[in-house]
Every structure is written in C-alpha cells, then in structure tokens.
Design a protein around this ligand. Structure first.
Ligand code: NAP
Length: 248
C-alpha cells in the first residue's frame, strides 16, 4: 500500500530534504509551502524524476482556513493520510527578551506552535481509526532551543519549540491506542537559509565551536532521522525527541 505523507514547509531546507528522502522510502509526498511555490515545485519535480509520487499545496499553517483547505485537498485526492511532518517554522531576529514585541511573540507562536497544533488536529481526523483512518505517524520538528532556551537570541522561539515538545508527549499518550506514533526531532545548528532570517547568516558558523562534533549539520542528516522516525524501523518509538545536534 502506498502511504501518503504531508510535509509542511517543504520548499527548502530540512523540509525539502525530508520530502526527497521520504519519497525514496516509498512515501507519496504532499509538499506544503507558504509563498515559495517554485521551490516546492522543484522538490516535486525531483521526486517525480526519480520515479516517486508528489504534489505541492499552498497554505500558511498558522491560518486555520488554510490548514483546513490543505487537509480537504488531501482527503479529496487520497482519502487518507498516514504521515505528517510538522516542519514549517520561523526563526525570529536575534535580540534580547525585553525587546520582543507582542506582535513578534504572537507570530512566532502562531507559526511554530499553533501551526503544529492545527496540522496535528487535522491529521488525527484522517489517521485515527475512530474517524475511519488506519493509524499513522507524526514527526514534529522542534529545536535544541526547546531545552537550551534561546537565551540572548530568541526566547520566543525557544518557548514555541518547548510547547511543540510537550504537545508531542501528550499526543503520543493520547494517540497510542489509535496506533498513531508521535515523535519530535531537535535539530541543532543545521545549514539552511533560516539563520538569515535571524539577521545573521553566519550564525551557525559562528557557534559551531560549541558543537562537540565540531561542525554544522546538514538538512540531509536531519531528514534521515525524521524518515527513520516515520518508518516501521521505529515502530516501537513514540513520545520521544531525538536530538540531531552533534552533541550540542
Ligand atoms: P528554512 O530553510 O527557513 O525553511 C522553512 C520552511 O518553512 C520554508 O519552506 C517556508 O516556506 C516554510 N514556512 C515558514 N512559515 C510557514 C508558514 N506559516 N506556513 C507554511 N510554511 C511556512 O528553515 P529550516 O532550517 O529548514 O527549518 C525547518 C524547521 O527546522 C523549522 O521548524 C525550524 O525551526 C527547525 N530548526 C532548524 C534549525 C536550523 O539550524 N536550520 C535548527 C533547529 C530547528 P516559505 O518560504 O514559502 O514561507
């Protein structure tokens, strides 16, 4: 049976690498993007050229109407969903806690936390046997900031990812009887464009001396842990967070 996987924020970075890796594992991949259609379509084309199946869907995951439309499209096209990777996220600009505006705090939590909540809720409505589903697997992309805190850089980001990890624990317990596994990955310093949005494109390079393995990680190294958690090789793994951080 071909299984369908939704990856939010799949137009670049960790999401794009996960889409490509999951397609190699046999998933039929739905690549969500907010504005970067060209990036998402490039990922879809690469999957199709390699013999896989994929399509892209627009939607801002912080908007309930967009999330409902994404899941309605999946229901119409596939009738079911077996996998979800809550990957879409933003990194706010580096700054001190007392300078965080309410608008910025709310935007960070709206995308990083509420977006994951909305997608998890709609996924359960497709995956749970009591709703006609067959079970499934969810991976939430957290961050080492969930445990390090983001001090001096972005406490709102750390808090938004901490909430995602607590959601992961609670959901794994509530959904275990539905045969839905829920896990998280905690990337450390990964080479993607996200650091530019924090106002310091060289951030990962600057901080890499704090990494026991002594280097920045790649989107592909993160994707391989996400796809492992999605796979049957992790069939007895739920409610955990796996750090992909080089030991940081
Ligand atoms: P990235 O290169 O900036 O990619 C982020 C992706 O999320 C883009 O495809 C973007 O699409 C999408 N996105 C952002 N807001 C969205 C929204 N409201 N709705 C739908 N899509 C949205 O970032 P990345 O480094 O791959 O990060 C992926 C995840 O890993 C994030 O959750 C991030 O917090 C986490 N993470 C990354 C690192 C790191 O060092 N890179 C470390 C820890 C955790 P558009 O361009 O279309 O908006």
């Amino acid at each position: 049976m071909v299984k369908t996987l939704l990856i939010t924020g799949g137009s670049r970075g960790i999401g794009a690498a996960t889409a490509l890796a999951a397609a190699r594992d046999g998933w039929q991949v739905v690549v969500n993007y907010r504005s970067a259609k060209a990036g998402a379509d490039t990922v879809v084309e690469a999957i199709r050229e390699a013999g896989g199946e994929a399509w892209s869907v627009a939607g801002d995951i912080s908007r309930e109407e967009d999330v409902l439309a994404i899941f309605a499209a999946i229901r119409a096209r596939h009738g079911s969903l077996e996998g979800l990777v809550n990957n879409a996220g933003i990194l706010p600009r580096i700054g001190r806690f007392e300078d965080i505006s309410l608008a910025r705090w709310q935007e960070t939590l709206a995308i990083n936390t509420t977006g994951a909540f909305l997608c998890c809720r709609e996924a359960v409505r497709l995956m749970a046997p009591r709703h006609g589903g067959k079970g499934g697997t969810i991976v939430n992309v957290s961050s080492m900031a969930a445990t390090l805190g983001g001090a001096g850089e972005f406490l709102d980001y750390g808090a938004s990812k901490g909430a995602v990890e607590t959601l992961t624990i609670g959901l794994s317990k509530e959904l275990g009887p539905d045969q839905i596994r829920v896990n998280a990955v905690r990337p450390g310093l990964i080479a993607t464009e996200i650091h530019e949005s924090a106002g310091d494109a060289s951030r990962a390079e600057r901080l890499k001396s704090n990494v026991p393995l002594g280097r920045i990680g790649s989107a592909e190294e993160t994707a391989s842990v996400i796809t492992w958690l999605l796979s049957d090789a992790a069939s007895y793994v739920t409610g955990t967070s796996v750090a992909v951080s080089g030991g940081r």
